[in-house]
Design a protein around this ligand. Structure first.
Ligand code: DSN
Length: 428
């Protein structure tokens, strides 16, 4: 690369990733193939529209790429339709709202502080100015059980047009059958935001909301799904011509979504990213991906119990998926920002996070959020989780002791270098 300044920063970031262990539950390491597709010449191409229906010429190969991505995504999730064009998970969620709702309509979604996401209608978002968001919560933070009775009461009272299941900081499995029963009772569109656990679903390590009557699944493609940074919408229904207006019915959801993504919200799709999505979906269809998904959950369960053994208080008492939320304020009298910094200093990367009904502010919340998707891609197994938990406890205990922190950092670095990044591996 001739831009030596950027080349140098890419090299430094590569080395940072090699020498550290990634515990942010929404991150992962992509394969060399995904990276190559994302860095490919498809970035030069404008392809507004959909395969066979574009507004620019020269689409013989972009059409094939997008159709492959669509077919693979449908196969992975058992969907009738896939839109692979959303640039992010946030835009995927927005597209579904705009496709189905009129301004002022109600969405019933999980409270941010109980594990939901900003795009589920937090008051700071632009979405919250357009639609009316009502929030459900856990009944018992100690077990993570959602308060389904209160959820039903809210649904009966507010008659939401969308009932949204999904989360970005919730370690338990949802009861989709209960969601579906409530949604059907009030005639809501059933939408599942599976951004975090999409890879677990397609790998058979988590339940698929489509099996319980959900109409739409939104997702990111870069978390457990291990693809490029981007968004994805899957739906059930009749796939129509996205250039033609259709009636607002649940059967027409695929077409309503297509028309909302383009021309409703986005311009030219990122064809290099769609090529990388197609590669990642192809990888997720392989049998090895099932082994990966199962290992992610096994690792998370062991890591959770090892952390508990070392006195970390875990929100909901453990995990069913890839994600762990620890209350370091209750456990050790420090806030999540202090913990994040202490762990960063020994090359363990995770994020500070609010816990349910946190009494501390968002920049210095009570918790940390961590998970195992990236560690598992790297090749770590259950036995390594014990070591990780011990490093974490030691870093928090000795955070002000420079010599111990530097010794721990050296240990983590040496350990991490034994597990190459997938993109460093030369595939045969
Ligand atoms: N930033 C993502 C996460 O970390 O969960 C959600 O948008």
């Amino acid at each position: 690369m001739l831009d030596t300044t950027i080349a140098d920063l890419i090299q430094k970031e590569t080395q940072r990733q090699r020498e550290g262990l990634e515990l942010i539950p929404s991150e992962n390491y992509v394969s060399r193939d995904v990276l190559e597709a994302m860095g490919s010449i498809f970035t030069n191409k404008y392809s507004e529209g959909y395969p066979g229906r574009r507004y620019y010429g020269g689409q013989e190969f972009t059409d094939q790429v997008e159709m492959l991505a669509i077919e693979r995504a449908k196969q992975l999730f058992g969907a009738d339709h896939a839109n692979v064009q959303p640039h992010s998970g946030a835009q995927a969620n927005e597209a579904v709202y705009h496709a189905w709702l009129e301004p002022g309509d109600t969405v019933l979604a999980m409270d941010l502080s109980h594990g939901g996401h900003l795009t589920h209608g937090h008051p700071v978002t632009v979405l919250a100015r357009q639609y009316n968001f009502v929030r459900y919560r856990m009944k018992d933070v100690a077990t993570g059980e959602i308060d389904y009775d209160a959820l039903r009461e809210l649904a009966l009272k507010h008659k939401p047009k969308i009932l949204l299941a999904g989360f970005s900081a919730y370690p338990r499995e949802l009861d989709y059958a209960k969601f579906a029963a409530i949604g059907q009772e009030v005639g809501a569109l059933l939408v599942a935001d599976m951004a975090h656990i999409a890879g677990l679903i397609v790998g058979g390590a988590a339940k698929n909301p489509f099996d319980y009557g959900f109409h739409v699944i939104t997702s990111t493609t870069h978390k457990t799904l291990r693809g490029p940074r981007g968004g994805l919408i899957l739906s059930k229904g009749i796939v129509g011509n996205p250039l033609k207006k259709v009636a607002k019915t649940i059967e027409n959801i695929p077409t309503l979504i297509d028309r909302t993504v383009f021309p409703g919200m986005q311009g030219g799709p990122l064809m290099h990213v769609i090529a990388a999505k197609a590669v990642a979906f192809g990888e997720a269809l392989r049998p090895e991906f099932k082994t990966y998904a199962a290992q992610v959950v096994r690792n998370a369960k062991v890591l959770a119990s090892e952390l508990q053994r070392l006195d970390f208080a875990l929100v909901t008492g453990g995990t069913d998926n890839h994600l762990i939320l620890a209350d370091v304020h209750t456990s050790f009298g420090i806030d999540g920002a202090v913990a994040e910094k202490a762990l960063d200093a020994i090359n363990l990367t995770l994020n500070k996070n609010a816990i349910p009904d946190d009494t501390l502010p968002p920049f210095t919340p009570s918790g940390i959020r961590l998970g195992t998707p990236a560690l598992t891609t790297r090749g770590l197994k259950e036995t390594d989780m014990k070591q990780l938990a011990e490093w974490m406890r030691a870093a928090l205990d000795c955070r002000d002791d420079g010599a111990t922190i530097s010794a721990l950092q050296k240990e983590v670095k040496q350990f991490a270098l034994r597990y190459p990044l997938p993109s460093d591996r030369i595939d045969k």
